[in-house]
Design a protein. Structure first.
Length: 205
């Protein structure tokens, strides 16, 4: 079983988990939140298990920190949907492991009684192909949005959009690794110490 939950990335002088929007989380559950190795400049990544993150936390976090932030919604380490938010309210989104995401996002026929009978059929494969094409067509706009978001966060504009696009079209065993690689490629300072595997959580708050 892979990781299912949310990866939250933001900048703060104090631990992110002390942000007021997390006060409603029971302390026992807070103890399950993991902190990745920090990045220079106050950039932090928190790993919330499934069910702890609320959609309105992102806007509250941006308001509290006064800086852009993003969150990746990860499913079984297979795919991730990254949502970035700037201080001006502008959002961007992108999929991680989008080829795998295409198979999960494809619309099922309305008259379908048993999904297992549809998966693997030529009709299913064609539907996945169309969804994959749709997701890949959105990659340039997704990459541009990510670069603008990083620039708004004060990151020097050294990243190349083509490299970001290549990363968004790539595939990794763990979507968490793609999330970390995306932050690296966007130009955020690299973590002071890199975990060898996301199965081994580096820090516990």
């Amino acid at each position: 079983m892979g990781f299912s939950g949310h990866l939250v990335f933001a900048r703060s002088k104090c631990p992110l988990l002390k942000a007021p929007m997390f006060d409603s989380i029971d302390q026992e559950l807070k103890d399950t939140v993991r902190a990745w190795w920090p990045r220079p400049g106050g950039w932090q990544t928190l790993q919330f298990d499934h069910g702890l993150w609320e959609d309105d936390y992102l806007s509250a976090l941006v308001e509290w920190t006064g800086t852009p932030a993003c969150v990746a919604d990860v499913s079984d380490s297979d795919i991730g949907l990254v949502t970035g938010l700037g201080t001006n309210g502008q959002r961007w989104q992108t999929w991680l492991n989008l080829d795998m995401a295409a198979a999960l996002l494809v619309e099922e026929p309305e008259d379908l009684d048993d999904v297992s009978l549809w998966v693997g059929t030529p009709e299913f494969d064609e539907a996945v192909r169309r969804k994959r094409t749709e997701l890949r067509a959105a990659v340039p706009a997704d990459a541009e949005g990510a670069l603008l978001w990083a620039a708004a966060a004060g990151i020097p504009a050294t990243a190349e959009q083509t490299r970001i696009e290549e990363l968004l079209r790539s595939r990794e065993t763990f979507a968490e690794d793609l999330f970390s690689a995306l932050l690296d490629e966007l130009g955020f300072p690299q973590a002071t110490r890199q975990p060898q595997s996301h199965k081994k959580r580096p820090l516990t708050l």
